[in-house]
Design a binder for this molecule. Structure first.
Ligand code: CUA
Length: 180
């Protein structure tokens, strides 16, 4: 820590050492390269999603999710009371993240498109679809809308990947994809 001013008051005006300018240039070019790779990945990669985001009242989002769940519920997961909801293809489907679950369980049809709305009811959560490795950061007060078209059947896990409280490690959900 310098308590007194440097001896040479114009210390910052000294010419750069060659090594320093080389490192600055490498870092700068690498940064530029990674910036364009980001755009490249968006176009050719499978992980960076094109999504829309809108402001939405937390309570309103929960309300819409519950209304959809009530309307299209087909059964429950065992005796957990968690509804399995099968909305018609092409419809608006909702999934809410809250301490500590992704709710409800969705059942979608392979090859059909849905508008999937994701939001949080309390704090920030993560939406990580496994094993597809699709990741989204979900904030309360905002909804993410993505158009999904499942390409294969099976049961897919949803894991929360943003620390959201004591039950974070138990926060999961499920999306089931069926043929019909
Ligand atoms: Cu929700 Cu971690």
């Amino acid at each position: 820590m310098a308590l007194t001013p440097p001896e040479n008051r114009l210390w910052w005006k000294e010419p750069l050492h060659r090594m320093e300018i080389v490192w600055i240039s490498i870092a700068f070019l690498w940064g530029l390269f990674m910036f364009f790779v980001m755009i490249y990945w968006h176009v050719v990669g499978d992980q960076n999603l094109s999504n829309e985001a809108y402001r939405i009242d937390k309570a309103k989002f929960v309300e819409r999710t519950e209304a959809m769940a009530e309307k299209y519920k087909v059964r429950e997961v065992g005796d957990t009371g968690v509804p399995v909801v099968k909305p018609p293809p092409g419809s608006e489907v909702y999934m809410v993240g809250r301490q500590f679950e992704w709710w409800p369980v969705l059942e979608l049809q392979k090859g059909k498109s849905y508008r999937l709305h994701l939001s949080a009811a309390d704090v920030q959560h993560g939406f990580s679809l496994q094993p597809e490795n699709i990741n989204l950061q979900i904030h309360p007060g905002y909804e993410m809308v993505i158009t999904v078209t499942p390409t294969r059947t099976g049961t897919f896990g949803v894991v929360c990947n943003e620390y959201c409280g004591l039950g974070h490690h138990q926060m999961t959900g499920r999306i089931i994809v069926v043929d019909k």
